[in-house]
Design a protein around this ligand. Structure first.
Ligand code: GLN
Length: 484
């Protein structure tokens, strides 16, 4: 049996009933990796030895009758999430040798549930990008078409899930980095509400936007992972002290009467025709399941890209000041301290990271702060208010996840503005701190997956999952697999 093709929910059932052993599962997953990783290149580090030890651990637990939510489930983790004793590079040459002395909260929680770490996945350097082409190490390919990007920045995680190189993965989303690669790779990606999942041990990019979330083969797996990773954490000062529901509890419940908002600003000129058609079909399908579509307006949408690229770069310029060659990571000696800083940072950071540090430093500098950073914060509030008003009328908002299916490798990399504009449908959600999911909703004529985004009210992940599950279970898309 091809165990690597199964979902987490399916495997959990088989492992806990004793039909299959964690050892067999991980052997099968590494066999799959051996077959396809040369083409997909989803990973920076494979943790083979560690994985076998973890499988043994999981089996010992099962043997003594302990059943945790994720016992024996092989999961891949984005390489900006700290794993104690395991290389964590953020796909940056400046952290090429960084081995964290501590464990992130999310991976500690996975450990408590006896998961198996498959490896650390490729990404855009410091999560800055939408294609994984900004990795300091190599480019990851889209399993559906190896000439296309997997999306980004969590492109390695999404590609690994789509290619069945793991059962599920973790990503991080600052402006769409879980949802957009999920949409490009035909899998499910959930960005939780800001504060829902602890960011302790997530290497900071833009701290007021970053969130960790699951990338999975189906909606139920997303709920399952949320049950493990979500919850208040005193180690993260932005962690929300709210109760954590059982995220699986609404799966399968009726969605009749749900009001779904369709923002007119999200159906814009220049959007790919096939994406538009698939999204409109998906809305009709939701209507056939009893949802009520309502046209809404999010009037400040046109400012979202500019606002995001000021807020995110400003925070990044400050967060990335710590890579100075002194305490960890790359160090290039110089004639004095300043020279060492300059040489280290020039050699260690890639072009996109440097561009953002410069943009951010500029917008925070005296004389420009009021005109750029502060203005951006004011517009951010307007964007947030747009959503608050919309959610007075509707329960969810439904949009495309990205304006196009996966683009070609090399197509946008020399045109940063085009790359930034491809984030148009995902970044407002981060600016407003809201939860949103991307689920597969069909394919282009060329066989590329298209994603549907469902945005919810703050902390209503369970509602989003309920709606997403109802859609998924009545459509065939999530069952399709790329041929590799
Ligand atoms: N593509 C966006 C950017 O380049 C979002 C990245 C992310 O969510 N980490 O900043």
């Amino acid at each position: 049996m091809e165990l690597h093709r199964l979902t987490a929910i399916e495997l959990v059932r088989m492992i806990q009933s004793g039909d299959v052993r964690p050892h067999e599962v991980i052997i099968d997953v590494f066999k799959r990796i051996q077959e396809v990783e040369g083409k997909v290149k989803a990973f920076i580090t494979l943790t083979v030895e560690k994985a076998y030890n973890m499988a043994r651990d999981a089996e010992n637990d099962l043997f003594s009758g302990k059943k945790n939510i994720l016992t024996g489930i092989p999961i891949a983790v984005k390489d900006n999430i700290c794993t104690k004793g395991i290389l964590t590079t953020c796909a940056s040459k400046i952290l090429y040798n960084f081995i964290p002395p501590y464990e992130s909260t999310v991976t500690s929680r996975l450990l408590n549930h006896k998961y198996i770490l498959v490896g650390k996945t490729n990404m855009d350097e410091f999560a800055m990008g939408s294609s994984t082409e900004n990795s300091g190490f190599h480019i990851t390919k889209n399993p559906w078409n190896l000439e296309r990007v997997p999306g980004g920045s969590s492109g390695g995680s999404a590609a690994a899930v789509a290619a069945d190189e793991c059962i599920a993965a973790l990503g991080s989303d600052t402006g769409g980095s879980i949802r957009q690669p999920a949409s490009f790779c035909g899998v499910v990606g959930l960005k939780p509400t800001y504060g829902r999942v602890s960011r302790f041990g997530l290497v900071a990019f833009a701290s007021s936007l970053d969130q960790i979330g699951p990338i999975t083969k189906c909606v139920a797996d997303s709920a399952l992972l949320m049950n493990v990773i979500a919850g208040y954490d005193p180690m993260d000062s932005t962690s929300a002290p709210v109760g954590t529901p059982d995220f699986t509890e609404n799966l399968g419940k009726d969605i009749k009467g749900f009001k779904i908002g369709i923002p007119k600003e999200y159906f814009i000129e220049g959007m790919d025709k096939e994406v538009e058609e698939r999204i409109k079909d998906a809305i009709k399908h939701l209507e056939s399941l009893g949802c009520i579509p309502v046209e809404i307006s999010l009037p400040h949408t046109e400012y979202a890209v500019a606002t995001y690229y000021l807020v995110a770069t400003s925070e990044a310029s400050s967060n990335l000041a710590r890579y100075d060659g002194v305490k960890y990571g790359l160090r290039v000696e110089g004639k004095d301290l300043l020279d060492m800083y300059m040489k280290t940072r020039s050699k260690g950071f890639g072009a996109e990271v440097k561009r953002r540090i410069m943009l951010g430093t500029y917008s925070l500098s005296a004389g420009y702060y009021e005109a750029y950073y502060k203005k951006a914060l004011q517009v951010r509030t307007l964007i947030k208010q747009d959503f608050e008003k919309a959610f007075e009328k509707v329960d969810f908002i439904v949009t495309p996840t990205a304006p196009t299916p996966a683009f070609k490798i090399g197509e946008k990399i020399d045109d940063p503005l085009q790359m930034y504009l491809s984030d148009i449908f995902t970044i407002s959600v981060n600016l407003a701190g809201l939860p949103a999911i991307s689920i597969p909703c069909g394919f282009s004529i060329d066989g590329l997956p298209i994603g549907l985004q469902i945005i919810g009210k703050p902390f209503d992940e369970a509602g989003i999952l309920q709606l997403a599950y109802a859609y998924e279970q009545s459509t065939p898309w999530h069952k399709m697999k790329p041929i590799l």
